[in-house]
Design a protein around this ligand. Sequence first.
Ligand code: FPP
Length: 239
Amino acid sequence: MNVPRHIAIVMDGNGRWAQGRGAERNEGHRSGLDPVRMVIEECLRAKVAALTLFAFSSENWSRPADEVAGIMNLFFDALEAELPALNKNGVRLRFIGERAALAPALRSRMGEAETLTMGNSALRLQVAISYGGRQDILAAAAQVALACERGELRSSELTESGFAAHLALAGLPDPDLFIRTGGEQRISNFLLWNLAYSELYFTATLWPDFSSAEFAAALREFAGRQRRFGLSGAQLQDA
Ligand code: FPP
């Protein structure tokens, strides 16, 4: 079976899952940790090289303050609780997004986790916190503009790979498979540049209910898709 090298996931539906049970929305976010663990284990088992999870968007800051605080506490506690197992299993953890917006205590824990797991290579796990795809592209454009101003780069010499080297996911292959739970069929400002040719998989299942069986179904669906990258079907058959 053709296994994706890199999977990107929008973990949507935690709030509705909780509300459907008459519970607080943050209860849904806490329950969202179970499928996070499951997906990491399945990626290790299937030898997926990279996994990128959208945990908190630049736009999520506009949610009610108590929900934002609950999610931030969850990140802090989850990092503490899960780090030893992640490290033991060879996961290299990295965070992408606007770090300056986060509390110093969380930021320093994130930095420590990155340093601890830097040498691991079984799975590269990116967690996007305070991340926005447009902001990512804008920051890369600013770096390129700076290089031009300094005379280090001519605008005519800028290439796709040269530009992508300034993005948050520099050095990783683009996601082959994008999964979004929770029923909405949109990208919501996730990895706008990197998702250009990703296969898209949408499911109505709310994130806390996302099971290993459904993850396996997404992998099977991916394996059955023909990826053309702009070529015709006949060209691919000849290749
Ligand atoms: C979107 O559901 C989910 C979030 C904003 C938070 C995601 C966080 C986790 C799954 C927890 C831990 C993750 C890591 C990697 C430590 P929503 O609130 O938009 O749901 P709704 O659409 O039903 O309102």
